[in-house]
Design a protein around this ligand. Sequence first.
Ligand SMILES: [Ca+2]
Ligand SMILES: [Ca+2]
Length: 210
Amino acid sequence: MLLPALSWLLSSLVTTVSPGKLSEAEVATEVLHRPFICHRKTKYGDMLMVHHDGYFENGTMFHSSRSSGDKQPMWFTLGIRQVLKGWDLGLQGMCAGEKRKLVLPPALAYGKEGKGKIPPESTLTFIVELLDIRNGPRSHESFQEMDLNDDWRLSRYEVKEYLKKEHEKYGNPPNDTLREKIMEEIFAREDENKDGFISSREFTYKHDEL
Ligand SMILES: [Ca+2]
Ligand SMILES: [Ca+2]
C-alpha cells in the first residue's frame, strides 16, 4: 500500500530537474562514513537531527553547528524546503550515524543573490552528520499510526484518538474541549475537499516546489 505513495513522491522529484539544467542543479554527494547497522533510511517528511559544517569553495569554513550559537545539532523536516534545496535532495536515503559531504551549486544553495556572509553565486560544501531520524509529523508512518481502520483516510474520531494519545504521551492533562477545538482546526485546514475526512494525499506534504 505504500508503493503508490512512494512512486508519487519519486515522480514529483524527477520532474523537478529540468533536462537542460541537469548539470548545474545537481548535488554532488559523497558518503564519508556509513554505520554498520542501519535500521532505517531518511526520506521526505522525516525529521532529521544533524550537525553540519559549511565551507566555501576555497575551503574556508563559514559555519559549524558544533561551534556556533548554542552548539546544539539542529532538527528539521526533510523535503519541505525548511533547509537549502541541496540538503533536501542530498540527504535522502541516509542512515543515522552516517556522514556525507554535499557540494551544492548556487542554484541549490543561496543562488544569485547570496545571503548574509554568503556571496552571490557561491558553490558551498557541507559536511553533514546525521544523528537521529524521527517520523515527521506528516510522514506515512504517522498517517498509518493514526489511520486505525486502515481505510487511508482519517476520520474525526481517529484524529481525536491520536491527539489523546499524544497528550497522554507528553503528560498534558486530558481536556476534551481543547482537543475538540484542535481537531476542528486541523480539519478546517487539512480537509481540502471538505468531505469530512483527511485523505493520505491531503495529509502528506506537498512536494511541488522542490
Ligand atoms: Ca481511517
Ligand atoms: Ca478530504
